[in-house]
Design a protein around this ligand. Structure first.
Ligand code: FES
Ligand code: FES
Length: 187
């Protein structure tokens, strides 16, 4: 397992506890309602215990910019922010985000404060097909929110585990550095 996958694993949140939502769902024959905050909006959804967060986001809540690539935590296409930290949504069961805040790229794009990030990545021609773009944008947003001064090494570490099969990483890094500078200038 890569260092990135290990580090992300540490962000998954608490393991299920006896009597927690997972147990309650099972007691209710497989499904229950789960409440969480999605892109700033409190909501609850019907959720079976075996549904991944990617499935709930894409199929139930129509947040289809959250991509499903490898499904095993290797490509980063499914990245969302969980309480501000980048995680692989394909490796999370949906019930694990009960009571927590999830940000998708749709939510990020709706926030004008992050416009410099998207503009900089576009200006640097960071993406071609764009399949990796939502995950990379969210990883960078999580990084810059936590560390507005993040240097090249920190950016590269944040992008570990994000596979881009089109562009190559030089333009993605250039876009990230440009975004950092513009976000910092606006702060
Ligand atoms: S789809 Fe989640 S890491 Fe690839
Ligand atoms: S732009 Fe196509 S995978 Fe990154």
């Amino acid at each position: 397992m890569s260092e990135r996958a290990d580090r992300r694993g540490a962000d998954w949140g608490a393991a299920p506890e006896p009597g927690g939502i997972f147990t309650k769902m099972k007691e209710r024959d497989g499904a229950g309602r789960m409440a969480f905050v999605l892109d700033g909006e409190a909501l609850s959804v019907e959720c079976a215990p075996d549904r991944a967060l990617t499935a709930i986001l894409r199929e139930t809540l129509e947040r289809t910019a959250t991509k499903l690539g490898c499904g095993i935590g290797r490509c980063g296409a499914c990245t969302v922010l969980l309480d501000g930290a980048a995680v692989n949504a394909c490796l999370l069961m949906a019930w694990q985000v009960e009571g927590r805040a999830v940000t998708t790229v749709e939510g990020l794009a709706a926030d004008p404060g992050w416009a410099p990030l998207f503009d900089a990545l576009a200006e640097a021609n960071a993406f071609q097909c764009g399949y990796c773009a939502p995950g990379i944008a969210l990883a960078l947003a999580g990084l810059f929110a936590a560390d507005p001064e993040a240097g090249e090494d920190a950016i590269l570490r944040a992008l570990e585990g994000h596979l881009c099969r089109c562009t190559g990483y030089a333009s993605i890094l250039a876009g990230a550095l440009l975004a950092r500078d513009r976000l910092r200038a606006r702060a």
